[in-house]
Write a protein that binds this ligand. Structure first.
Ligand SMILES: [Cu+2]
Length: 261
């Protein structure tokens, strides 16, 4: 039994280092989230090794001994309470630190919206005025799939991307505003280390700064129906000028509704 536990322990540790499913290389500013994950691995790993080594030792050392019944041991309980508290604090602290940054959007941020529906993504940029126009569920129609309020002047220049592929500029903080037309979805790009649920009836958000150019996959990370697995998109992180060129070729709401009539 001691050998089985020992092999399981060593095998688990080796698997952690040799696994083919480790984190993808990071492509955003959220190194603090990777740090939180790393600290969790170190804390859990240390406790895992300590407990299993102790178990192996006891099983082997006391193999022919009958255990004593000892229900109370104040000194041991104090030690366990103390070290468990230290462990829990170490697990929580880096995550709380990262979360405080995650929910505080910087001032100079640009805005983009991702809209989820069963089972596709579409996107909206605020246009020249930098402000996303208001939307309302009643306005959603075949000609107005984003549900923009036709009376809102801020919405006229909004750039609409009715495609699952979107471009964003590298090195600039971006606030992702999220809206769902039907059920819970979740906008997730593994390399950005950031994600957030899309909740029908709410506008949720998060922010990040892409740090590498390249093509990344957008996943829906919330089981949202039978087509959940096909709900994928592509985000292409461009340099500023490539992004601007692309953006200028996309239709605004005013243009889209004019051509729909
Ligand atoms: Cu989904």
């Amino acid at each position: 039994m001691a050998i089985v536990v020992f092999v399981l322990m060593v095998g688990s540790i080796l698997f952690h280092f040799w696994t083919p499913w480790y984190l993808t290389p990071i492509a955003s500013n959220w190194g603090s989230i990777d740090t939180a994950i790393d600290v969790s691995f170190w804390v859990c790993g240390a406790v895992f090794i300590a407990i299993n080594s102790f178990l192996v030792y006891c099983v082997f050392r006391y193999r022919n001994t009958r255990a004593h019944y000892e229900p109370e041991n104040a000194r041991l309980e104090k030690q366990l309470t103390l070290w468990t508290s230290v462990g829990v604090a170490l697990l929580l602290a880096p995550g709380l630190y990262a979360w405080a940054q995650f929910v505080n959007v910087p001032e100079n941020v640009s805005v983009m919206e991702a809209v989820g529906q069963q089972w596709q993504w579409s996107y909206r940029f605020p246009g020249r005025d930098g402000v996303l126009g208001t939307t309302e569920v009643q306005s959603i129609s075949d000609d107005n799939p984003f549900g923009l309020n036709p009376a809102d002047p801020y919405g006229r220049d909004d750039v609409l991307i009715s495609d699952s592929t979107v471009h964003i500029p590298v090195g600039k903080p971006l606030k992702m505003v999220l809206r769902s037309k039907d059920v819970l979805h979740d906008f997730f790009v593994p390399q950005f280390r950031a994600r957030m649920n899309l909740v029908p009836g709410l506008v949720t958000y998060f922010w990040f700064t892409p740090t590498k150019t390249g093509t990344f996959e957008i996943l829906c990370a919330q089981l949202c129906g039978v087509g959940h697995y096909v709900m994928r998109g592509t985000v292409i992180v461009d340099d500023e000028s490539t992004y601007e060129t692309w953006l200028n070729m996309q239709p605004t709401f005013a243009q889209a509704s004019a051509s729909a009539q």
